[in-house]
Design a protein around this ligand. Structure first.
Ligand code: ADP
Length: 185
């Protein structure tokens, strides 16, 4: 499924984000930036040790206490097809009343800002926070798609944003959210 937002393509695909041949893939990291399970583990496994080395440097030089929720940093893509990895930290779901929606939107927005500042045009996201961090995916999908759509409406240098959903069930949830946002607003 693909929609145009201004001149940019916003696309949903089912698959493994580590296969993406784009300027940058986004990692749903944790504050340590030292890898983990889920998509984070997959990216470090396929990307190789260079990514972790760069994450260590970012930790020691910029974020000694860890990357705060909602912020984003960039490393090279190591052995991945993607040239860069943007690491962001989504919120842990705690019931929705301690700012989770705002923090999730910030993770998407700050990732796109960083891509833009780095001159990157094609970016792929996973479904941030909806795995180990427990964010209900229907709600997360709406926030993800709305935030990216608004960003693309305001800025026209990013040409393509893909959401890469790992499972068919997740893909269907995003399809439904996309239909709601684009067809009924
Ligand atoms: P978080 O801690 O932010 O919840 P997870 O990695 O646990 O991050 O889960 C986020 C989403 O990433 C989940 O929907 C999960 O199914 C998905 N995921 C896991 N591996 C991959 C992959 N290789 N490519 C794309 N998405 C993936």
């Amino acid at each position: 499924m693909e929609r145009l937002v201004g001149k940019a393509r916003l696309r949903l695909v089912q698959g493994d984000i580590t296969d993406q041949d784009v300027d940058a893939i986004v990692n749903a990291a944790n504050p340590s930036l030292m890898g983990g399970g889920g998509v984070d583990g997959a990216i470090h496994r396929r990307g190789g040790p260079k990514i972790l080395e760069e994450c260590r440097k970012i930790r020691s030089e910029e974020w000694p206490d860890g990357l705060p929720t909602g912020k984003a940093v960039i490393t090279s893509g190591g052995n991945l097809k993607a040239r860069y990895v943007i690491h962001t930290v989504g919120p842990i779901w705690r019931g929705g009343k301690v700012g989770e929606p705002k923090l999730l939107a910030e993770a998407y927005r700050n990732s796109l800002e960083l891509a833009l500042r780095s001159g990157l045009k094609r970016v792929s996201f996973p479904s941030i926070s909806t795995g180990a961090y427990g964010y209900p995916i229907e709600e997360a999908a709406r926030i993800a798609l709305r935030t990216v759509k608004e960003f693309l409406e305001e800025r026209d240098l990013i040409e393509e944003v893909n959401f890469v959903l790992f499972t068919e069930a997740d893909f269907k949830v995003y399809l439904q959210a996309m239909a709601e946002i684009f067809e009924h607003k």
